[in-house]
Ligand binder design. Structure first.
Ligand code: GLN
Ligand code: ZN
Length: 753
């Protein structure tokens, strides 16, 4: 059995690429220094795959920013506004991704790569686009691997996924460019073929909802692709789900091999075997490319045994389910992690070994120490009392339908006499205030033990005091404490909940040089003690205005963590919801009458296939309700989401039954409100009037006109005035200027009919 991965993380085990990129952008290192870092990383990554004993190493999976952007450049698909044609030098390349501030040219758009937390740069295609091959990057990296003695397998994203993810300028139909794009693909394959035995062509779109166009174009496209590759073998790589209705396309592609995801698409195996033509090899992605748990060898080997009996081991490859881009690099760095938990984990380096082991195990005889070790680790995790908490299970079983309902419907709640009294167009913010250098320094000093807890807490108190005073001066109606004690909206809560642990170097690329370090949920979740009550009641004690308490919602914590693979997502989410519910009730008890539960990631958790969205939304909304509906009618529940594409989920958002929701909308000039034309949102809403992603200060007039537009869709007595997200990335002068204008706009509107 051959073995391979679909791609390797490129950021480096200590985020070397991130630091080099950022130094280059600040002109602290030269281009050749950046290139040296890159070539070292590529070499290290190949060495890891090679040393593990994998049969091939991936090439073309390295990128200075994003692999889809790289593909655009390979194809010569560059937006006209940059007035560039490939090849681009590095400076020009980064302008596409990050914008050209000097000439005021906006960056290309970025969006999420299927349902991962990785973001790719969206290709832009217009009538004027003239695709032209620029194979330099792929060929030189492949030659580089050969020169170092490795066996390269170039990886490219396939034409149908590429075009499906592209956007047409001004309504242009990107499929009109398929013939030209395909011609460039064919040329690319011809040029690459002499350097390798295999080329991996990624078509994850086949596991999502494909358009009728893709179905129609698939067969003729792949006929040409396969012909262009000539003697070189092609592997059609699919991942993130099962192939389902597109299996017929995949098996008739004419490619030399098909890769399927057996982690997220286990159930497809029988059908694939039944339909796989004899001319095709099968690569099975049995090691999870998106999570951090050790593979259960015994289970995996059972599958492989059956497969090799049916196909013969020559027709079988073992691989990662998808690219390892979505996992951290090397577990060996985690010296501080609890040894028992560490024994349950595998990062990218370890996953390469697992894949090799699995590909050999059936044929191997003799030393079975690695297998025994794996069996012991899997058993220890399965039986550990740190993973299983019977009390949590018991509480879950006792959830009743009443626990998902507020006492009265919104219409009645809003009449409640004990509610905080607020003017028309109440003004508020989303939670965080500028996280200044001083705050970051103090937090670091505390973490390093340079200052004690008492001193740190004093510092946080001072910050809260200052932030509350500033808001009073600015004349905001509903105040917040500013979140100075929080580093991150998920980590802060994870650190206080049982069932979570944290790595030191478990970084995963999110986009460009930005990496995230998701917490690891390894066990049943419970809340040993209140998490936010002290800070929030302190803040409330400083003011007579109502203070809004801030929590992160269960769905967002779930989506931004590595989660257990031994429980359904839905169950983990319910556990989180119960913990947040307890916190909400403690806050209410302590006199906090307005509580906001952020669900920034609600739409990120959506499955790749549309027809599964309904089921997901149902349990996600239930989790939010479980977390929030324990309060009395006079407590006001807020939620916040920072994206505007929710036309399709507006009904689910309404079903969350928050009294108030704040959402992004200023960037889209309230276009988002279009969806309220067809759907009458029943509760209160704060459409963001200040785009906090940009340093621009919105004027009072501009805010007034945005709010007037909002009034066309939503009755004025249900409109709030707020920015579109938290202010932690902004500085104080902009914050003060923008809030001043916001408050002035609200006041002006109150006097107008
Ligand atoms: N309350 C958080 C903040 O203000 C919300 C952040 C977010 O939506 N991403 O920072
Ligand atoms: Zn937000």
């Amino acid at each position: 059995m051959k073995s391979h991965v679909l791609g390797f993380p490129r950021i480096g085990s200590k985020r070397e690429l991130k630091f080099a990129l950022e130094a280059f952008w600040k002109q602290k290192i030269t281009q050749s220094e950046l290139e040296a870092t890159a070539s070292n990383l590529r070499k290290t990554n190949w060495q890891i795959q090679h040393n593990a004993g994998l049969d091939y190493v991936c090439t073309g999976d390295f990128s200075f920013y994003d692999q889809i952007l790289d593909m655009s450049i390979t194809l010569g698909v560059i937006p006209e506004r940059f007035q560039q044609s490939a090849p681009l030098d590095l400076q020009e390349y980064f302008k596409l991704a990050r914008g050209d501030a000097e000439n005021n040219i906006p960056a290309m758009e970025m969006t999420k790569w299927f349902n991962t937390n990785y973001h790719y740069i969206v290709p832009e295609i217009s009538t004027c686009t003239t695709p032209r091959l620029n194979a330099e990057r792929l060929i030189s990296q492949t030659k580089e691997a050969i020169a170092l003695g490795f066996n390269p397998k170039p990886v490219i994203v396939g034409p149908l996924t590429y075009l499906s993810l592209s956007k047409g300028d001004g309504g242009y139909d990107v499929w009109e460019k398929l013939p030209e794009v395909l011609a460039v693909y064919c040329q690319l394959l011809k040029e690459l073929a002499p350097y390798c035995q295999w080329i991996q062509i990624d078509e994850p779109i086949l596991c999502a909802d494909v358009s009728a166009q893709v179905r129609k174009e698939f067969a003729p496209t792949y006929e040409r692709i396969v012909a262009a590759a000539g003697e070189c073998n092609t592997m059609l790589a699919t991942y993130f789900d099962n192939l389902d209705d597109n299996l017929d396309l995949a098996v008739s592609s004419g490619c030399s091999a098909l890769h399927i995801d057996l982690v997220r698409g286990q159930e497809q195996l029988g059908r694939v075997l039944a339909q796989l033509p004899e001319t095709m090899l099968l690569s099975v992605g049995i090691v999870d490319g998106r999570n951090i748990w050790k593979t259960d060898y015994v289970r995996a080997l059972k599958v492989l045994e059956k497969l090799s009996a049916e196909l013969g081991s020559e027709r079988l490859w073992v691989g990662s389910s998808c690219s390892l881009l979505h996992t951290p690099v090397d577990l060996l760095n985690e010296v501080k992690l609890d040894p028992e938990i560490r024994s349950w984990l595998a990062f990218a380096v370890q996953k390469c070994h697992e894949i090799k082991f699995l590909s050999m195990a059936l044929a191997a005889s003799g030393d079975d120490s690695e297998l025994r070790e794996n069996i012991a680790a899997i058993a220890s995790r399965r039986n550990s009392s740190r993973v299983h908490n019977p009390q949590v299970k018991e509480r879950l079983d006792k959830i009743t339908p009443e626990m998902l309902q507020r006492q009265s419907p919104y219409a009645q709640r809003k009449e409640e006499k004990d509610r905080p009294v607020l003017p028309e167009f109440p003004t508020t913010t989303i939670g965080s205030f500028p996280q200044t250098k001083e705050i970051r320094q103090q937090r670091l000093a505390f973490k390093k033990g340079e200052i004690g807890e008492a001193e740190y807490n004093e510092f946080i108190k001072d910050q809260i005091g200052m932030i509350v005073r500033k808001q009073e001066e600015l004349g905001l109606d509903v105040l917040v404490h500013g979140e100075p004690e929080r580093n991150d909206m998920v980590e802060y809560f994870g650190q206080q909940l049982a069932g979570f642990c944290f790595t030191d170097f478990g970084w995963v690329q999110s986009y460009g040089s930005r990496c995230v370090k998701p917490p690891v949920i390894f066990g049943d979740i419970s809340r040993p003690a209140a998490m936010t009550v002290e800070w929030l009641t302190y803040a409330q004690s400083l003011t007579d205005k109502p203070l809004k308490g801030m929590l992160t919602g269960p769905v967002t914590i779930l989506c931004w963590s590595f989660i257990r693979d031994d429980l359904p997502r839905e169950t983990v989410c319910k556990q989180l919801a119960l913990a947040i519910r307890d916190e909400v009730l403690d806050l209410e008890q302590a006199g906090i009458r307005i509580i906001q539960i952020d669900e920034a990631a609600l739409s990120e958790g959506m499955p790749v296939k549309q027809r599964e969205h309904g089921v997901y939304l149902e349990w996600a909304v239930d989790a939010f309700r479980l977390a929030t509906t324990g309060v009395t009618d006079s407590t006001q529940i807020h939620t916040h989401m920072c994206y505007s594409k929710f036309n399709t989920i507006i009904e689910s958002i309404a079903a969350m039954d928050a009294d108030v929701i704040s959402i992004e909308s200023s960037r889209s000039k309230m276009r988002l409100l279009d969806c309220f034309r067809d759907f009458e949102y029943p509760n209160e809403i704060g459409p963001g009037v200040w785009d906090i992603h940009s340093p621009r200060i919105p004027s009072t007039e501009e805010i007034i006109s945005l709010l007037k537009r909002a009034c066309e869709y939503i009755p004025r007595e249900r409109i709030w005035v707020n920015p579109d997200c938290g202010l932690k990335t902004r500085d104080w002068p902009e914050t003060i200027a923008s809030i001043t204008n916001m408050v002035a706009a609200a006041k002006a509107l109150r006097t107008q009919e």
